[in-house]
Design a protein around this ligand. Structure first.
Ligand SMILES: NC(=O)c1ccc[n+]([C@@H]2O[C@H](COP(=O)([O-])OP(=O)(O)OC[C@H]3O[C@@H](n4cnc5c(N)ncnc54)[C@H](OP(=O)(O)O)[C@@H]3O)[C@@H](O)[C@H]2O)c1
Length: 324
């Protein structure tokens, strides 16, 4: 097998494409031949030692991937060689093969292509858990999505529309706003050009959004929170914009609003049954055509460094997927 190896987590440039022995699955593990692996924001952080999870060195980055099972370890009865699966295991995806815990593998029904499957779990699970569970988004409510043309953002647009909400999608360029419209957003804000607070006010008749979905943080967070509706829910998803914002606590008080943390990974670990029910609903929505990953582009696995550069330069719209 071959894989991108991180021996020193000082950045993307230090990754090396290496020939490695193909491993044999241990108890509870499966060997997957990888067909596709998507880039998620944590993949960018993990090779710089900036992510909360710090794998032992050396490791192969690539949190999320899809492929075909080639061997199963002792005790694995629910999966068999030849079966197609998607998996989110945190590492291992940027190569030709990987070992994965069987319990993290999602069997794929026929008609679920590997490219879509590799771009599915992280974004849709995060956005469903955020909007429906943590945010209690209701039909007819208005949701503002920041970074709406990104990976979790595009999934959030589709899920909010499936839930019957009115979606205001906000992004940094007109091109990104056009993509959000094509995904079903009712209105858009280009915060690279327009004043965010003024635009929100105009689009909500001064009332503000009931729910705000924020994977960007940075300088957007405070003006967005100041615009939230009475009894609003502000969903803290991530900080792709860099700095972690410091929000004055009088703001939630003044709006009777909630600041709601969202951590899908720990939700899946702590509440596995609720997570499994949610994943099964998402798989049904995919089969019904209600949700579908937005694929920015596919690139050969050998071009991983260029893919990282594309994500780091804020150019990706939807999901970038590496293929073997
Ligand atoms: N809480 C959870 O459970 C959870 C789960 C998954 C992901 N996340 C977090 O969610 C965030 C987004 O993840 P993603 O995979 O959707 O990433 P992504 O596809 O790269 O999207 C991030 C968006 O952030 C915006 N952005 C603003 N400043 C940026 C910068 N300096 N560099 C890159 N993007 C910037 C970009 O939109 P504009 O150009 O339009 O501003 C971009 O589309 C990350 O912080 C990730 O860690 C959290």
């Amino acid at each position: 097998m071959q894989a991108w190896l991180c021996e020193n987590p000082v950045g993307v440039e230090a990754l090396n494409w290496k020939e490695l022995p193909t491993p044999t699955p241990g108890p509870g593990e499966v060997l997957i031949e990888i067909q596709a692996a998507s880039l998620n924001f944590p993949d960018l952080l993990i090779v710089q030692n900036k992510y909360q999870m710090k794998p032992a060195l050396p490791f192969v980055p690539g949190s999320e991937y899809a492929g075909v099972i080639r061997a199963v370890g002792e005790g694995v009865t629910q999966l068999k060689p030849g079966q197609s699966v998607a998996c989110l295991s945190g590492t291992g995806g940027f190569g030709t093969h990987t070992l994965a815990p069987a319990k993290l593998c999602m069997p794929l029904p026929p008609g679920f292509p590997a490219v879509d499957a590799a771009a599915f779990i992280m974004t849709y699970a995060t956005s469903h858990h955020a909007l429906i569970d943590r945010g209690q988004l209701k039909t007819g409510e208005t949701v503002l999505i920041l970074g709406a043309a990104g990976g979790v953002g595009t999934a959030a647009i589709q899920i909010a529309k499936a839930a019957g909400a009115r979606v205001i999608a906000a992004a940094s360029t007109d091109e990104k706003c056009a993509l959000c419209k094509a995904q079903g957003a009712d209105a858009t804000i280009n915060y690279g050009r327009d004043n965010l607070r003024e635009a929100i006010k105009a689009l909500t008749d001064g009332k503000g959004p009931d729910v705000i979905y924020d994977p960007v943080g940075g300088e957007l967070a405070e003006p967005a929170f100041r615009s939230i509706a009475w009894r609003g829910r502000y969903l803290v998803i991530g900080f792709a914009g860099g700095p972690i914002p410091n929000l004055p606590l009088n703001l939630p008080l003044l709006k009777g609003a909630s600041l709601v943390g969202v951590f899908w990974g720990d939700f899946a670990r702590r509440e596995p049954q609720a997570n499994a029910a949610m994943m099964s609903e998402l798989a049904n929505w995919y089969a019904q055509g209600r949700i579908k990953p937005v694929i920015d582009c596919t690139m050969p696995m050998s071009e991983l460094k260029a893919a990282y550069a594309r994500m780091g330069s804020r150019a990706v719209m939807g999901k970038l997927v590496m293929v073997n």
